[in-house]
Ligand binder design. Structure first.
Ligand code: F6R
Length: 608
């Protein structure tokens, strides 16, 4: 994902910017760039590629200067290329601007600026902001920054410098995170705490719609109305120790809380949420090839397998595409009928899982087409497949996968929409889904804010020795994923089932001692789910229901309700898993388990 670093002080800016870019690299990027103020001009160097290749090409003499900005870009609007890399120039080069996030109304703004005679040199939404800033600038950086907040829609973090202000950086934050690092006679701007380590003593977290004017010996902060604010900086020392966990008690909790932003960036990067158009030009398979497929096999293990299950059901339900999920270790060379009309999608957070790698090799040996849904493009599986849908979920440290799971579902949903577009396009449905996806990050945020509900349930169930999780349709894999989270980190035995399977055996387990977690939010499956819940109640079972806000009937049936906002049934699994992640987390915490490193488990399983 994109990263921002800015520096103004007494030292040379270039080495600080290069170091910042290196520290931001873990987020993944495909191009990088810097701009430095020198002799009355902003000197920009940028290109696609890794910082190790680019930095040696940036001449410290030509870029000598003490104020500048740097950026790592992960392509959303426009391919990775020199013109599309940041910084983007505004006006006639008097502005250099770097940006994280997405400007949702970029096309309307671009048309408006073009009509006023502005010539664009990139395909990025960022360049719109650079020109807006240049046009609004009349010597007052705050007024120009307010114009960005007034005109831009979406989530964005921006660092910008203007030729006429040699030692000044301006930072603007809406939605995407942005920090100001305070040092001794030097100050920095960064999108990530990591980029400030070793340089800043204190850090100031910019609030929503705030603007910072950063100079070597001063930092001023304003709100969107231009009123001066007096924010408090926190000492870096305390934060640094906790750097990786971002202030949370565990990586798992931090990673759960990253989901709204990760989902937003993945979805908005791949789908024009305003117009419902997909951006998947980097992936193989033309419309004709999608139409020519006879089947899609999705392969993965554990959590990734649950994502495959969702992906397969979604392809069938939404695109009428025959599809199935197969545990990668069951996908053995020679035992699966394959050919060029079969697409095999390998789903893996690490991209290194041996079983999944072997499944891809089996697919290749059978002449099947291959795609990877991965969090690491440069990985063993990434190098084997024809194309990679890079989830860019960021580093996942907690052994129990959380943000990678929701990112997998989002990626598979987008792939499903790609198949729909080729096989049975439906503009109305696309708009409906784009609306639901636009609201999803906020819905996930709402669900995450309800940790107290999960705590109350955890208090009640933490001594259980067995649990059942039930879901139907697209939420059947959510039930399995909820159960997996519970058993992985709390060591409570938990089984997930498609609810229809209950009467065929598992109902024998139901008793007062076995809490049953049931997912009952999705339109078409809700009523049948509530019928299953009544069967559990009739046998004295304790019921914990994941239900929509305002669903009174669900509330009456359950001992506990974990509420989520209502959404489109196809999108619901991306949201419904969140209370189950929280429940596993709170239960494991009560039981005093090692949440981030549960016993016997490894984050990456590179053996069969
Ligand atoms: C569960 C979990 C594992 C992994 C599985 C596959 O929380 O993390 O089940 O999902 O080992 O790993 P990847 O996705 O790296 O292939």
């Amino acid at each position: 994902m994109c990263g921002i670093i800015g520096y103004t002080g007494r030292s040379q800016a270039l080495p600080v910017l290069i170091q910042g870019i290196r520290l931001l690299s873990y987020r993944g990027y495909d191009s990088a760039g810097v701009s430095v103020w020198r002799d009355g001009e902003l000197r920009v160097r940028k290109d696609k590629g890794r910082i190790e290749e680019l930095a040696p090409r940036w001449d410290p003499e030509e870029l000598a200067g003490t104020t500048g900005v740097g950026h790592t870009r992960w392509a959303t609007h426009g391919a990775p290329s020199q013109p599309n890399a940041h910084p983007q120039a505004g006006g006639a080069g008097e502005v250099a601007l770097v940006h994280n996030g997405i400007v949702e109304n970029d096309l309307a703004l671009r048309e408006e600026l073009e009509a006023e005679g502005v010539r664009f040199s990139s395909e990025t939404d960022t360049e719109v902001l650079a020109h807006l800033y240049a046009r609004a600038f009349r010597g007052d950086p705050v007024a120009a920054a307010r114009e960005l907040l007034r005109r831009g829609r979406g989530a964005f973090a921006v660092a910008v410098q203007h030729r006429s202000l040699p030692d000044t950086l301006v930072a603007v934050r809406r939605g995407s995170p942005l920090l100001v690092g305070l040092g001794v006679r030097e100050n920095l701007v960064a999108s990530d705490l990591r980029a400030l380590v070793g340089r800043a003593d204190r850090v100031l977290v910019l609030g929503e719609d705030e603007i910072a004017v950063v100079r070597p010996e001063s930092v001023e902060v304003y709100d969107a109305a231009g009123r001066a604010l007096e924010p408090t900086a926190r000492p870096m020392a305390g934060i640094e120790q906790d750097l990786g966990k971002g202030g949370h008690a565990h990586y798992m909790l931090k990673e759960m809380h990253e989901q709204p932003e990760r989902l937003y960036e993945l979805l908005a990067g791949r789908l024009d949420l305003a117009r419902g158009r997909l951006r998947l030009d980097d992936l193989p398979l033309s419309d004709r090839e999608w139409r020519g497929l006879s089947r899609v096999d999705l392969v993965g293990c554990g959590t990734a397998y649950h994502a495959c299950w969702y992906g397969a059901r979604f392809l069938e339900v939404a695109a009428g595409m025959p599809a199935r999920a197969v545990m990668a270790h069951e996908y053995e060379r020679g035992s699966v009928p394959l050919g060029p009309d079969v697409l095999v999608v390998a789903v893996s957070q690490s991209g290194e899982t041996m079983d999944t790698k072997l499944a891809v090799e089996a697919a290749r040996a059978g002449q099947a087409r291959t795609l990877g849904v991965l969090n690491q493009r440069e990985s063993v599986i990434g190098r084997l497949v024809e194309g990679v849908f890079d989830m860019h979920a960021g580093l996942e440290v907690g052994v129990a996968s959380t943000k990678a799971y929701t990112s997998m579902l989002a990626a598979l949903l987008i792939l499903g929409l790609r198949a729909c577009g080729a096989r049975q396009p439906d503009a109305g449905r696309m708009t409906e889904l784009a609306d639901a996806l636009r609201a999803l990050p906020d819905h996930v945020r709402t669900a995450l804010a309800r940790g107290a509900e999960a705590q109350a349930v955890a208090r009640d169930i933490h001594r259980a020795s067995t649990m059942l999780y039930l879901g139907r349709g697209l939420d059947a894999p959510t039930a399995l994923e909820g159960a997996l989270k519970m058993k992985e980190i709390s060591y409570i035995h938990a089984e997930g089932y498609p609810a229809g399977e209950m009467k065929h055996g598992p109902i024998a387990l139901v008793s007062k001692e076995v809490p049953v977690v049931a997912l009952a939010t999705q339109g078409p499956w809700r009523d049948r789910m509530l019928a299953n819940v009544r069967e559990v109640r009739a046998r004295d079972g304790e019921v914990i229901l994941v239900a929509n806000d305002g669903d009174a009937e669900a509330g009456r049936l359950a001992d506990f309700v974990l509420r989520v906002p209502a959404t489109h049934p196809w999108v619901a699994p991306l949201l419904n898993v969140v209370p189950l992640q929280l429940l596993a987390y709170e239960t494991a915490k009560r039981r005093g388990c090692d949440i981030d490193q549960p016993r016997n488990l490894a984050k990456t399983v590179t053996v069969q």
